[in-house]
Design a protein around this ligand. Structure first.
Ligand SMILES: Nc1nc2c(ncn2[C@@H]2O[C@H](COP(=O)(O)OP(=O)(O)O)[C@@H](O)[C@H]2O)c(=O)[nH]1
Ligand SMILES: [Mg+2]
Length: 331
């Protein structure tokens, strides 16, 4: 299958993705996950057709009910007329064999909902690889015409933070009864939340968690005119509070649009992508085994030069105008 996908012209695949074909979307996401040259080609075709979807990030500790909540939200968005895609960035993602898969009724509901597309992306390789694959996955789904893309991540690690930085609206999920501290604060998530969710509000201690969150928001520094972060109590298991959550999310989306927030996220996203693409281009050139690189390696081992200076010299040599461009090598 790898070969078949790799040999097919990416332009053709991109067209099918844009037409919304689910098999094509699935194939495209696999290409993107493999981080091959074909992935760059595919993204080059899709990029100009993206930029329309609203990206919702949902993060919080494992077991807080994120997948359950995301399922409810996705169905709610669909009922409000949006096409929804879900990307779960979680190796233990409930969509691929945990709670929700075990919960036949809800999974069946989702599976029959052709408006909702679900994909899990787990980190197999490098940390950077995962966040890049997820960002490209978002662009792909965006170009495929999904109006809302919901990202589920466990709120730990740099990769998850990178992923959350591209979300237009970030929901941080807390639950009562995980000790005195609010998990969001412990995990350093308080400042990235646009909306706080106290899930499992059917459990004792939900009011306390709510109050603690409210207090920490009150104490947090807030610039004048900035978004007033709401706290919403939910019972994802029954769907209670989810409509309010979607209302707040829509309100945030409008606020972002009116206050230049969307543009800011787009700028950050674009800057990240250019930086990443440049890194790939540079390292492709550096590993080409040319004489300059080999001699820099030797100088470094001989302690004649330090790594940063060596890299600086190589980059300068690389960007000299008369330097021949090397042929693009496949990753
Ligand atoms: N009591 C209660 N349990 C919930 C609620 N939402 C989710 N759960 C349960 O919490 C467990 C973890 O849910 P899951 O959605 O997989 O959490 P995730 O790891 O954050 O994605 C599952 O057994 C859910 O059925 C809720 O609102 N109340
Ligand atoms: Mg989950």
């Amino acid at each position: 299958m790898t070969q078949a996908v790799a040999n097919r012209p990416m332009t053709e695949l991109a067209e099918k993705i844009r037409a919304g074909s689910q098999p094509a979307i699935a194939r495209g996401l696999t290409v993107v996950e493999r981080r091959s040259a074909a992935a760059s080609e595919l993204l080059a075709d899709l990029w100009k057709h993206s930029g329309h979807a609203h990206v919702l990030g949902v993060t919080g500790p494992a077991g807080s009910g994120k997948s359950t909540l995301v399922t409810r939200m996705a169905k709610g968005c669909t009922a409000r007329g949006s096409k929804v895609a879900i990307i779960a960035v979680d190796p233990s993602s409930a969509y691929s064999g945990g709670a929700i898969l075990g919960d036949r009724i809800r999974m069946t509901e989702l599976a029959e909902d052709r408006e909702i597309y679900i994909r899990s992306m787990a980190s197999r390789g490098a940390t950077g690889g995962l966040s890049r694959a997820v960002l490209d996955g978002i662009s792909l789904l965006d170009a495929a015409g999904f109006d809302v893309i919901i990202l589920e991540t466990v709120g730990v690690g740099q990769a998850e933070m990178d992923v959350m930085s591209v979300a237009h609206t970030v929901l941080v999920v807390s639950v009562p009864g995980l000790g005195d501290d609010i998990q969001a604060i412990k995990a350093g998530l308080i400042e990235i939340a646009d909306i706080h969710v106290v899930n499992k509000a059917d459990r004792p201690g939900a009011d306390l968690t709510y109050k603690q969150l409210r207090e920490s928001l009150r104490l947090a520094h807030r610039e004048a005119g900035s978004w007033n972060v709401p706290i919403v109590k939910c019972v994802a298991a029954t769907g209670e509070g989810v409509a309010e959550l979607l209302d707040k999310s829509e309100k945030h989306q409008r606020w972002m649009k009116d206050h230049g927030g969307l543009r800011e996220v787009e700028r950050r996203n674009a800057a990240t992508r250019i930086r990443w693409a440049a890194e790939v281009l540079i390292s492709e050139q550096l590993r080409a085994g040319d004489a300059g690189f080999d001699s820099a390696v030797n100088s470094l081992i001989a302690r004649e030069i330090d790594p940063r200076t060596a890299a600086d010299h190589l980059l300068r040599a690389m960007t000299r105008p008369h330097t021949d461009q090397k042929e693009k090598t496949d990753a």
